[in-house]
Design a protein around this ligand. Structure first.
Ligand code: H2U
Ligand code: ZN
Length: 349
């Protein structure tokens, strides 16, 4: 059924993706990405995220030993007091004030340790930090959404290899969570069940897109994924946000993050670039029984450490398109170790 061109529906966003499985073998003479150095120092005196170093603007980082959080020196959103906007009163030129707070979260003092290379207690510490920050930001009256995300790798626009993530908290619900809110809300209203849990049940029955399953989370290549090796991590419980997770669930989440990122690095034996982030329920003070906490991993690499998928002409003008199917991608990811990182395999062999 899936050997010729077809479209698939993303029930979370209400959008379609074009799948062209027959096209995966086309020759590639286009852009080849640089892989970058795989050996980084554990401390870099020129890194603005390393402990004790100076950031732009002249602020000095603490000599931190765990995670480290600071307000983004070039924040995309400004606090309420500072917001100013020119009035427009034409219906085709709508604008509205958007205020917020942007923070940077360093995973550890180590300049060279990415998530798959960190041990579980330290990854749990990162999850706990994301949770603490989300709680703090959600409690502010002006905030209705907290977006936790990581840009990893120069190819994803990440400006610094020191492992870190960002949190943008803002006064309006941004586009992607807004689409998911509408879809999950409509499904819950009609079925009295959660969209993502019904989907998860079907994926557990079929098994062909599952990647890693532990006690509290499932990682899978979504049926409607756009990026070649896209992964969706879904909470099994009714957790709506990070703060709803029990200690055991946080442990499971750290485990699933380590396993997913280990498989990713093992795929092309490179530090695998991606943008990932959590979709928590809105911080609008309401209960969201329709919402299931989940994380998206959007990696750009397609066939090697140096060839990425471009979202260009047709994708920009018409709709997202992919060549290798989610089922083939899942099979490839499943065939890799999720416990032994390739760099360790090299040193022990
Ligand atoms: P990336 O995750 O895309 O690399 O972004 C890092 C963030 O760090 C970026 O948003 C901020 C940038 O504004 N930053 C600081 O806050 N202080 C600095 O000294 C440099 C970068
Ligand atoms: Zn550093």
């Amino acid at each position: 059924m899936f050997s010729s061109s077809h479209r698939r529906f993303n029930p979370l966003t209400g959008e379609w993706v074009l799948v062209s499985p027959h096209r995966a073998k086309r020759p590639w003479l286009g852009q080849v990405e640089k892989t970058g150095s795989n050996s980084l120092p554990s401390y870099d005196p020129n890194c603005y995220l390393c402990p004790g170093n100076l950031r732009a603007g002249g602020i000095k980082n603490e000599k931190y030993t765990g995670t480290f959080v600071f307000e983004n020196d070039f924040a995309a959103l400004l606090p309420r007091e500072e917001r100013k906007i020119d009035e427009t009163n034409h219906p085709l030129m709508k604008a509205s004030v958007e205020s917020g707070i942007c923070r940077v979260v360093c995973f550890s003092p180590r300049h060279d340790l990415t998530l798959p290379q960190m041990d579980l207690p330290n990854i749990q510490n990162v999850v706990d930090t994301w949770t603490r920050e989300s709680v703090d930001l959600s409690a502010r009256e002006e905030i209705t959404y907290v977006q936790v995300f990581e840009n990893k790798g120069a190819v994803m626009g990440c400006s610094n290899p020191h492992p870190h993530s960002q949190i943008w908290a803002q006064s309006e619900i941004p586009n992607e969570p807004a689409k998911e809110l509408a879809s999950q809300g409509m499904y819950y209203g009609e079925n009295h069940r959660r969209l993502l849990h019904d989907y998860l049940e079907e994926e557990h029955r079929k098994k062909d897109r599952l990647i890693t399953v532990n006690d509290h989370f499932t990682a899978l290549v979504p049926f409607w994924g756009i990026w070649p090796f896209e992964i969706l991590v879904i909470a099994h419980s009714n957790a709506q946000k990070l703060d709803d997770l029990t200690a055991a669930e946080v442990e499971s989440l750290a485990d699933v993050i380590k396993r997913v990122t280990t498989r990713y690095d093992n795929l092309f034996e490179t530090s695998f670039p991606y943008s990932m982030g959590f979709h928590q329920s809105p911080a609008d003070g309401k209960d969201h029984p329709e919402w299931v906490l989940h994380a998206h991993f959007y990696p750009p690499l397609l066939r090697s450490a140096t060839v990425k998928k471009f979202m260009v002409g047709y994708e920009l003008l018409s709709m997202p398109q992919r060549d290798i199917t989610p089922e083939v991608a899942a099979e490839r990811l499943r065939g890799l170790s999720d416990t032994v990182h390739y760099s360790m395999a090299e040193t022990t062999s």
